[in-house]
Ligand binder design. Structure first.
Ligand code: GAF
Length: 403
């Protein structure tokens, strides 16, 4: 089995999207845009708590190609793996509402909120479009945000109406996810997909939505980021996310604070009679600090410190926030015991999905082999064979691309 998983290349997904467009709609598309998935280096479950997060954009993207049509309808086809059927939908741009299939709600939601924000309600041009992607779906690498951000970028190009800032673009996409997909997500995934830059991680202040580009992995250090996709997604992931949000809000209220940014570990003492809320709040407060420390560590090229913060983040997510699972813990444990590994943690919403590991390039093959061997011992060979590994560099955010 090859160590690193082979995903479709950018050229392959572009060729697929163009040929599908040609077959379904005739002719060539006029516009192509893409938006990346993301991996969060540190700062988990912090974006909806006014904290800091430190994600980077992935080289894997969702691409949309399309062109105008004469009426006020949209016809959209998706190649995105894992999408529920049907893969093609046609809908009126004058009556956008959430309905089945679910995948189309990310697109419709963005179109609706883009129209409102750009004052184009009732005036959007009809269009045909095809989506294709090499962002692994359902793995906690923000495949949904990539669809949303690709859509808003495409709508801007199609209508020649630019939203005024990256912040506005991300908020339009977040509104789509809240109102059309029913997921009360934070702002991290949309913001990094919009604002990511090649060679940089992004420090995002989730209270002010200010962004700071932090150079990462461009120096002489021979380090790499390795993502391991566990291939599991526990059902809990859907219900537990809103529950965590609620618990964080309850803890904040009991601490008599209006923002976690004003809370410190000293404030936790008022939560002593409610150990669960205390653990949730402790994660938020300590993870926010770890994320700021991590940004400083990257700036200082102190990758040993960065690795230690990643490990502490995983422990906090596992024990205090309780969003990890046996599979993710096994993968992190296997990684951090290998030589050449600086740090490893679960990444994304949790209950399955991926881990992210910072390690020496020379250690990659051994680390992957060890993670597979340990996973086989803890679970079974089939589960270990399903693990996928991606080596990633910080990449660009959403953009119009050449056809
Ligand atoms: C999911 C959400 F969509 C993000 O907003 C963020 O809260 C993340 O989980 C956890 O850090 O990806």
């Amino acid at each position: 089995m090859p160590a690193v998983t082979k995903l479709a290349t950018y050229e392959e997904i572009l060729a697929l999207a163009k040929s599908t467009y040609h077959d379904l709609f005739g002719g060539d598309p006029e516009v192509a845009c893409c938006a990346p998935g993301r991996v969060n280096l540190i700062g988990e479950h912090i974006d909806y708590n006014d904290g800091f997060v430190l994600p980077m954009a992935l080289p894997m993207v969702t691409l949309v190609v399309g062109g105008r049509r004469a009426d006020n309808k949209a016809s959209v086809f998706t190649h995105c793996a894992g999408c529920d059927d049907p893969k093609q939908v046609e809908f009126s741009l004058l009556d956008l509402k959430p309905e089945l299939p679910k995948w189309a709600n990310y697109v419709k939601g963005v179109i609706h909120h883009f129209a409102v924000e750009s004052k184009l309600e009732g005036q959007l041009p009809g269009f045909n479009a095809v989506f294709a992607s090499n962002v692994p779906v359902g793995g906690g690498l923000s495949s949904s945000a990539a669809v949303e951000v690709a859509t808003v970028t495409f709508m801007e190009q199609l209508t020649d109406k630019q939203l005024e800032s990256n912040k506005k673009r991300a908020l339009v996409c977040q509104a789509a996810e809240h109102k059309f997909a029913g997921m009360p997500c934070g702002i991290m995934d949309q913001m990094i997909s919009v604002a990511g830059q090649k060679g940089n991680a992004l420090l995002l202040d989730c209270r002010s939505l200010e962004t700071f580009q932090i150079p990462f992995l461009g120096g002489s250090e021979d380090l790499v980021v390795l993502i391991c996709n566990s291939g599991v997604r526990h059902e809990l992931s859907k219900s537990e996310y809103p529950t965590r949000r609620k618990q964080c809000g309850q803890a904040l209220k009991l601490m008599e604070k209006t923002s976690y940014r004003d809370a410190t570990v000293e404030n936790l003492s008022v939560l002593e009679s409610d150990p669960l809320l205390l653990r949730r709040a402790r994660h938020v407060i300590t993870e926010t600090q770890r994320t700021q420390d991590a940004a400083e560590a990257l700036k200082a090229h102190d990758f040993t410190k960065m690795g230690a913060l990643m490990k502490a983040s995983h422990t906090s997510l596992r024990d205090d926030f309780e969003v990890s699972c046996r599979e993710l813990d096994a993968l992190v444990d296997a990684a951090i015991n290998c030589s050449g590994v600086l740090g490893s943690r679960m990444t994304g919403g949790g209950f399955g999905g991926c881990t992210v590991t910072l390690l020496q390039r020379a250690a990659v093959d051994n680390v992957i082999a060890t993670m597979r061997t340990n996973f086989t011992k803890e679970f079974n060979k089939d589960a270990a064979d399903r693990l996928e590994f991606y080596m990633c560099v910080p990449s660009s955010g959403a953009r119009r691309v050449d056809l």
